[in-house]
Ligand binder design. Sequence first.
Ligand SMILES: [Mn+2]
Length: 265
Amino acid sequence: MKPDKSKSLRLRSVFVSDVHLGSKDCRARELLEFLGSVDADYLFLVGDIIDFWSLRRSFYWPQEHNDVLRMILAKAREGTQVIYVPGNHDDDLREFCGSQFGNLVIRRKYVHAAADGREFLVMHGDEFDTAVKCSRWLAKFGAAAYEFMMRMNRGVNLCRRALGMPYWSLATYVKLRLGNAVRYVEAFETAAAQAARARGLDGIICGHIHRAGMRDIDGITYCNDGDWVESCTALVESPGGELSLWQFGAASGLPEGDELMEVAA
Ligand SMILES: [Mn+2]
């Protein structure tokens, strides 16, 4: 599959991460179609592109996974600057950080200057895992959320009792289904924004948590390009420097929602 430039959408940059090539969960076909439909000056591979962890467990490498790598290399040959920032699942490649192969460079982190002059730190994001675990703010938020849930719970169980239904714990349900994931995402985003702020940059672009998002955190633009395992999302920069999130197959925007993914450690 070769990119067809005449039909592609002109972009300045494309950011994808958490592709997990080599794992059965990878949505390679969708990614191929997406990459084939865009033509960018910069293609950022923001980590966990190849899942060496999964490959070591059981080798799985279908043709489409090969085609993704070939598509990326074809783009590099045709002039796209490809910047590969390895993540934790492809940390085997971190020893090559600093290397350059034609238009493909491998970097531990990268500062990208958008067309409008804003500077973004590009990192995979597993670097923030420790910050998230140690966050005092997280503990405080958790306590407040728990209290709120317990209040809700009483209301829920009054209704259930009136209907003759047994006791049911909303708190447990939410904690298991949502609570941890929500708190993790919020703490992760805060830590990521802090990394950009500490370097005097305008924003951060990362992946890792399989949760696409873009929001302002105290003046820092936080961007997460999502994943190609479930949501099939990418971050794109227009020729003018405007950043937006894209979801494959969606007309526009991202679904808001209840589909918070548990974070693969
Ligand atoms: Mn990761």
